[in-house]
Design a protein around this ligand. Structure first.
Ligand code: NAD
Length: 331
């Protein structure tokens, strides 16, 4: 039974806390948040202790693992403190606000030698995993084009946007990771265009809410990722990989798979109302993988290095968007 504490009990931290609490291989010992009321609320529903001073969590020798789900601008500090305290770590994406601070944190964490998993939960989505299996089996031959889409459903609060690192580091980063994982290949060049088309407040905060990233991979394959903070028809996430011998996709998913056939029409359910509903199952699967790796003593995956690589791509994509130039990414 792995004893775990969750730091940050906002939206996603609450999801993780509930998943850990119901996992048979874990005990949720403590939760903490600067907003103590939030921590108390999740403590009341999970049986964990709400801790006002997070230092108590790091000092508690019984706690073996911490899950960092605070806002992005605090990850680096908590990663270092958790590693210093010798805890195993599950850290939400991204590692930090930019590559430089992420790299510094990674050096400190590597030196401590603790196991770390990055919260790239989409790798645990059953449809995306089936795409990977097909590619790995050679079903589509040599990968030539990858198209990834993440749209909507509605922009996060502006307070979230301001501490997120920007759309490419916050939203699109999941797809930079998926791209590497699916293809076992590395981006070598990136070109990005972006705009604030959805919410002028996002533009005023120096971010974009709509972007298209074009990527050349080391193998020569080409990739395009489009991201939007709004879709008027629900959450639209798609993965399509085109190869020399075929194509494989993880397509748009409807909410319930329900259809009504009547008269000359077929009325089908639309997409999931939100991104969370679409990929909800992958969060438990990711926590399960983390706990299993701790139990077996195998390195958790996605790793800290995967997090750093995705962070580098996100930084280069952001640099390209700001400069209007294609940017090379060192291998
Ligand atoms: N893997 C995913 O799909 C996914 C989904 C959503 C969010 N995230 C990531 O999770 C993180 C949190 O996102 P969210 O949507 O839950 O945001 P949120 O704003 O709902 O929650 C963040 C929480 O962190 C708390 N907090 C801020 N600074 C703190 C500090 N110094 N110490 C303790 N608590 C602190 C806030 O009070 C808040 O409750 C972000 O880094 C985000 O990128 C990942």
């Amino acid at each position: 039974m792995v004893k775990v504490a969750v730091i940050g009990t906002g939206f996603i931290g609450s999801v993780h806390a509930r998943n850990i609490a119901r996992h048979p291989g874990a005990e949720l010992v403590a939760v903490s948040d600067v907003n103590v009321e939030l921590a108390k609320k999740i403590a009341a529903t999970t049986g964990a202790k709400a801790v006002a001073n997070v230092a108590e969590i790091f000092a508690n020798q019984d706690i073996q693992a911490v899950l960092i789900a605070t806002s992005t601008d605090t990850h680096v500090d908590y990663l270092k403190r958790a590693a210093d305290a010798g805890k195993a770590i599950y850290c939400e994406k991204p590692i930090g606000l930019d590559y430089k601070e992420a790299e510094q944190a990674v050096s400190a964490v590597r030196a401590a030698g603790v196991p770390v998993m990055l919260g790239f939960n989409r790798r645990f989505d059953a449809s995306h995993a089936a795409v990977k299996e097909a590619i790995d089996r050679g079903d589509i031959g040599k990968v030539e084009i990858v198209q990834l889409t993440s749209r909507g459903p509605k922009p996060p609060p502006i307070s979230y946007v301001k501490v997120s690192g920007g759309q490419l580091r916050d939203q699109t980063i999941h797809f930079f990771d998926l791209l590497r994982w699916l293809t076992k290949d590395e981006p070598v060049e990136v070109y990005t265009i972006g705009a604030s088309l959805v919410d002028p407040a996002i533009g005023q905060a120096g971010d974009v809410d709509t972007s298209i990233v074009s990527i050349r991979m080391a193998s020569g394959a080409l990739c395009q990722i489009d991201s939007s903070r709004r879709a008027a028809y629900g959450y639209d996430e798609r993965v399509e990989v085109f190869g020399s011998e075929g194509m494989v996709e993880s397509s748009r998913q409807s909410f319930r798979g329900f259809s009504l056939y009547k008269g000359g029409q077929i009325l089908k359910d639309g997409l999931h109302p939100g991104w969370f509903e679409r990929i909800e199952g992958s969060y438990f699967a990711a926590i399960d993988a983390f706990l299993n790796s701790l139990e077996k003593g195998t390195p958790p995956s996605p790793s800290l290095e995967d997090g750093l690589r995705a962070q580098l791509i996100a930084d280069k994509a952001t640099e390209s968007m700001r400069s209007g130039q294609a940017i090379k990414i060192a291998g």
